[in-house]
Design a protein around this ligand. Sequence first.
Ligand code: PMP
Length: 361
Amino acid sequence: MKRVYNFSAGPSMLPEAVLRRAADEMLDYKGCGQSVMEMSHRSSEYEGIINSAESLLREVMGIPCSYKVLFLQGGAATQFAMVPLNLMNKNKKADFVVTGQWATKAWKEASRYGETKVIASSKDKTFTYIPELDPSSFSRDADYFHICMNNTIYGTTYQDLPQTGDIPLVADVSSCILSAPLDVSRFGLLYAGAQKNMGIAGLTTVIIREDLIGSAMEITPTMLDYKTHADNGSMYNTPPCYSIYICMLVLDWLKNTVGGLSEMEKINRKKAGILYDFLDHSRLFHGTVVPKDRSLMNVPFVTGNAETDAKFVSEAKAEGFVNLKGHRTVGGMRASIYNAMPVEGVEKLVAFMAEFERKNA
Ligand code: PMP
């Protein structure tokens, strides 16, 4: 069996231990004679799985009890509508920081439901930095303030959170959740698609302060109302059963094998450090992001020559380093080094890059 180092932005690598456990439990989950894919979501076995997923997430992230955890479908992109439908309920206003494509999509979708204000944008420099925020420019009567905390395509991340006072801070944490400790109490709502650090596609997790539930707009479809899912333990309808199961296995790995989010952060800093340090000293490759705003998860880089970039991506693939091509809208390369990418994967990639540089610089 040959496994590659997969640098995809998502869906992405899973810890090998998780894949092995899923394989072991595939035909017969804990003696019940069936796989998790086949069992009723109302069975006691499945209840055990979804309850463990929630309690592990609460424990690993330190989620306060005044927050609900919801296991939903529709991807993070559905949250671009669900957040305004549920939260734009007092003054029908929200503030946005535009730091990339996903942040733009969140802002544009919300603009369909109320008045939005762009507080700052980094579009002028192809989203290669996180703009400075001046709290005096924030709307005092916004129903919420939205950021995309880690910008998957451009490789930027917030080092400091905006000071929004009483205005709920909402963050898309799709590509950084579980990568390091996060103070959940600073947020009104967090959302993330699972297919990067939480498991596989099909599951979207929402962590929402309880007082923000229950005042959705009149037009909100039942399935898009957080209250529907909060009142029914994410079981109003059939949940994404297998995706929640894999998420439970990933959380179990994070807690018991890695040792929690502080340990995970140390490993992620080590991996990112190896790659950024190489880029900072390379004669051929250059990182594209302002150093202070660099992401630990997504590392874009270029050679400055499209042909050399393409040659690198193709030679890397032949050596088992796959999905290094940058996003179709920005070109170059991007190495996504989520939690499940081992340190060894980054070390080997850097050794390959050094060799490529020797031959091509
Ligand atoms: N937000 C961010 C930060 C993302 O990286 C992505 C997907 N790459 C999305 C939103 C969209 O997520 P989904 O495909 O789960 O709808």
